[in-house]
Design a protein around this ligand. Structure first.
Ligand SMILES: [Ca+2]
Length: 445
């Protein structure tokens, strides 16, 4: 009996069926970078039971390395870095060089216990793995969120010692970026090449390079909130090196140093770059080179509202506060220089209600105070997420600002009536003075 299809036709049907099977198999197989897969939690631990087998989705059988778990993940997955369970050694370190190629959430667990944390460590000089960058985020990501970890001891021979971001939107929450080291490249702590970076409740501290940007080098869009940039060093831009737009709110930059020039706390480059600072404290930063600004050196449009700039220093005899070669606007800002040289130099416009210790900051607008002693305390924890410089009783900054700023100060304290005259008026600077209320005892009749 002959088949209803001739031999050549049967061969073609077979080929088509085979391709259909292949197509269906491809369409239904997990595609790691194509997106659209189910969001699955992945677990990584270095407890004894952990091993790099399976897909890391079973919390009772975690994987051992972050990079293996990333290889198992789908875009949008969350990778949990678990605690090892020991109260004797609650801090926990993953020694790895991690590359993130697609959108992910990486969460350290638990939330830090008494100042301990889970760390991702790049090996550093003399570390237990060869030194390298800690985390690389490639340009193919859309969104990466990293929380509750320390990114530390990166030691790369390229830009970005702790974290390099090629593109996408990256958010760090409750993260410490510390002790990352470069020889002469840029962005010892973090290098943002393009895209956006948000830092929320982040400490960027003690990162160092002989290049530019000790804490963060940003060529993208940078947003910093409720965070501290402290004790970083670089040749230029000790704390921050800003080459793109930035919004900095409720932040302290302190103890950063530029060994060459251009800004102990931060510098900006690019006239069309706009940088906004609000409720920001800039204290104790240094530039060691003559002709450089101890605190801020700007080549961009920088707008400061309710900032406190004090106790910064520069070279043997130069500007300790602010140098502007572009356009800076100061409003409700307290700026106090050190040494015998001027506090400010360059193009500065007053938006009013500022306080300066000399006449160099172009404070000629409504209600500006010049050659005024501000009466401030030293940098310390006064509440809120960051250290601040408190206004002392009787400070002329109290109740002398306007209401163009936010309703709260850097700590989250409401702007209020400081001299108890019944009128609520904000104070100059990042700190709002809380008056001592005296209640007379009730007289019983
Ligand atoms: Ca007030």
């Amino acid at each position: 009996m002959s088949h209803w299809l001739a031999q050549p036709q049967r061969r073609w049907v077979g080929v088509i069926l085979c391709w259909c099977v292949v197509f269906i198999a491809l369409a239904t197989a997990p595609r790691l970078q194509a997106g659209g897969g189910p969001v699955i939690p992945r677990y990584v631990s270095k407890a004894l039971i952990a091993s790099d087998t399976g897909d890391c989705s079973n919390a009772a059988q975690p994987c051992r390395t972050i990079q293996y778990a990333i290889g198992q993940s789908w875009p949008g997955d969350t990778i949990y870095l678990s605690w090892n369970g020991s109260f004797a050694a609650p801090s926990y370190t993953f020694y790895e060089h991690v590359t993130i190629n697609w959108s992910l959430n990486i969460v350290g667990q638990p939330v830090p216990i008494r100042n301990t944390y889970i760390a991702i460590d790049g090996g550093g000089p003399g570390g237990i793995i060869p030194p390298g960058r800690v985390i690389t985020v490639t340009a193919s990501v859309t969104s990466v969120n990293i929380s509750n970890v320390s990114i530390q001891n990166g030691h790369a021979g390229q830009n970005g010692g702790g974290l390099y971001i090629a593109g996408g939107q990256v958010t760090l929450t409750n993260v410490i970026v510390q002790n990352n080291l470069l020889a002469a490249q840029d962005g010892a702590g973090i290098y943002l090449n393009a895209g956006g970076l948000t830092l929320d409740h982040v400490k960027v501290r003690e990162n160092s390079t002989g290049g530019t940007g000790g804490g963060v080098y940003s060529a993208g869009t940078l947003t910093v909130t409720d965070s501290a940039v402290m004790s970083n060093t670089a040749n230029m831009g000790g704390g921050l090196s800003l080459h793109g737009p930035a919004t900095v709110t409720n932040v302290t930059l302190n103890g950063n140093s530029a060994s060459g020039s251009q800004g102990g706390a931060f510098h900006t480059i690019g006239y069309n770059t706009k940088v906004h600072l609000q409720n920001v404290t800039i204290a104790g930063n240094t530039s060691q080179y003559d002709g450089a600004a101890g605190a801020i050196d700007t080549g961009s449009q920088v707008v400061l509202n309710h900032c406190t700039i004090a106790n910064n220093s520069a070279g043997s005899a130069y500007t300790s506060g602010l140098i502007s070669s572009a356009a800076v606007t100061l409003t409700n800002t307290l700026i106090l220089g050190t040494g015998s040289y001027s506090t400010c130099s360059g193009a500065i416009t007053s938006g009013g209600h500022n306080l300066g210790n000399d006449n160099s900051c172009h404070l000629t607008a409504t209600n500006d105070l010049t050659t005024t002693i501000p009466l401030i305390g030293s940098l310390e924890h006064n509440g809120g997420a960051t250290q601040t410089l408190a206004l002392l009783p009787g400070s002329p900054a109290i109740d002398h600002a306007d209401s163009s700023g936010p309703a709260t100060d850097q700590r989250g304290v409401a702007r209020q009536d400081g001299n108890l005259d019944g009128v609520s008026i904000p104070d100059i600077g990042a700190y709002e003075y809380i008056p001592l209320h005296v209640y007379l005892p009730l007289i019983l009749r």
